[in-house]
Design a protein around this ligand. Structure first.
Ligand code: ADP
Ligand code: MG
Length: 453
């Protein structure tokens, strides 16, 4: 054993070696060989993923970028004199094969005829890199022990929970799950997922995302969608008002013609002018809010369903509703994309409302060959929105397409009225089958996508 090694073996020196964050190495080059071999390395090497034992006995060059291994071996192998000092930037190879930048300070000596080397390897600690990443993301990351004590929190989580030592109870109740739980925390909505950290279930990893904005957008979108069809409603109402108005006008005209009494006739003519005024008002107002004409195009049904899913996902989860989709990817219909989205969304929202506590919502579609009453053509795409919810009585079914008919405390009663208008305007047909306490099926017949104009 050499003197140097003897010194290294003393306890004080070892403590020092263990303390320094730099990687210290003792190297040797066996006589008549070119390769420098690692004889000792301190604990700091663990930050590269190695155990000390992994490296002792291995070539020094093993620790570096393989592409400049030959240069390094050649430089060091050429050491002949008494002393050589080197200071160079290097790329250090971690145990998993990643390369991290570092710098190498090296002294090669010849002591009593033996070639020895002392190396100090400084790398930006791997933990710092990880730490930087963890603190840079907009996701709260927490490591929590079984009792809920916070063992680690990244910057985002620290800001969220300020100086909490223990994770609040509602978070601890979240179980390992495929879907993130939603928790309200100080005016924010958080999506929370939990994973076991390690395999002993001693510690848990929490990932926390702020979903307030997302939630807000979703709710608003749904609300907007419910009312963006106001124009459709308006046209419907316009017809409802204009027809009786035209009737009134006709009767008043006939009456006026037959009136002997000048005063009575004048009164009736005033009435006629008022009717005309209402008529003009309605025309002006409704031309202003008139919905845009449908722009039919060929649209993939499945794609629309996939686009709508994020809007209803939260509600489906909240009410534990199983969602099934059975729609061929290449099945297309000819319709206005936006209006078809509104149709499906309204039907899906109704189905969800009908299943407050568990149930199954199934969307299926296929092409059918069938004649439909008062409709030309016999090729249709049949789209079925089916739920296992509360269902309806036959009397209810009779009224569902009438505007303002609703059985919900905060319903508008406009959803299905709008659906009906939009389906008709897009050249389709809607039917409903329902059974009280069993569920409801809305069946849409739309034109196939390959059927032009
Ligand atoms: P709203 O949803 O605002 O009540 P809709 O026009 O969408 O208005 O629906 C009208 C009514 O039709 C609902 O209040 C409900 O009574 C009934 N309804 C619609 N869809 C379903 C369904 N899938 N299951 C049971 N009832 C339904
Ligand atoms: Mg509705």
């Amino acid at each position: 054993m050499s003197r140097v090694e003897g010194v290294l073996r003393t306890l004080d020196f070892r403590a020092l070696l263990a303390l320094t964050p730099d990687i210290l190495l003792l190297l040797e080059r066996p006589s008549r060989e070119k390769t420098w071999v690692i004889r000792f390395v301190n604990r700091a090497v663990r930050k590269l993923g190695y155990r000390e034992g992994d490296l002792v006995g291995r070539p020094f060059s093993h620790l570096f970028d393989p592409t400049y291994k030959p240069v390094l071996e050649q430089t060091l192998g050429a050491f002949r004199g008494k002393e050589m000092r080197l200071q160079l930037p290097v790329r250090v190879r971690t145990r998993s094969g990643h390369l991290v930048p570092g710098s190498l300070g090296l002294v090669l000596l010849r002591i009593q005829g033996q070639a020895r080397g002392y190396a100090i390897l400084t790398v930006r600690s791997k933990q710092n890199v990880v730490e930087r990443i963890l603190n840079g993301v907009d996701v709260g990351i927490l490591l929590v022990d079984r009792k809920g004590r916070i063992r680690y929190a990244n910057r985002y989580a620290r800001e969220l929970f300020e100086d909490l030592k223990t994770l609040p109870r509602e978070f601890l109740k979240v179980r390992q799950n495929s879907e993130p739980a939603e928790i309200q925390w100080k005016e924010r909505f958080l999506g929370v997922s939990v994973y076991p950290a390690g395999d002993q279930q001693k510690e848990w990893l929490y990932l926390i995302k702020d979903i307030t904005e997302k939630k807000w957008v979703q709710e608003t979108l749904i609300r907007l969608d419910r009312f963006s069809s106001f124009g459709v409603l308006a046209t419907g109402l316009a017809h409802e008002i204009k027809n009786p108005l035209a009737g009134m006008r006709l009767i008043a005209q006939n009456l006026a013609r037959r009136m002997e009494n000048e005063k009575d006739r004048e009164a009736l003519e005033r009435m006629l002018r008022q009717i005309d005024r209402i008529d003009t008002l309605i025309k002006q107002f409704f031309s202003y809010v008139r919905p845009r004409e449908p722009h039919p195009e060929s649209i993939a049904v499945r794609e629309v369903v996939d686009d709508l899913y994020p809007l209803v996902k939260d509600r489906l989860m909240k009410h534990r509703i199983t969602f099934n989709v059975d729609i061929p990817e290449d099945l297309t219909i000819r319709a206005d994309r936006h209006q078809f989205e509104q149709i499906l969304l309204n039907l899906m929202l109704n189905a969800i409302d009908a299943m407050p506590n568990r149930g199954t919502l199934t969307l299926s579609a296929r092409e059918v060959h069938q004649k439909l009453p008062r409709m030309a053509g016999d090729r249709w795409v049949e789209i079925v929105v089916q739920d296992t919810g509360v269902g309806m009585t036959p009397e209810q079914v009779e009224h569902i397409f009438v505007p303002f008919f609703t059985t919900k405390p905060s319903g508008t009663g406009l959803g299905l009225f709008i659906v009906h208008q939009l389906v008709t305007r897009n050249g389709g047909l809607i039917r409903v089958e329902s059974k009280k306490n069993h569920g409801t099926r809305f069946i849409l017949y739309m034109r196939p996508g390959d059927e032009g104009g």
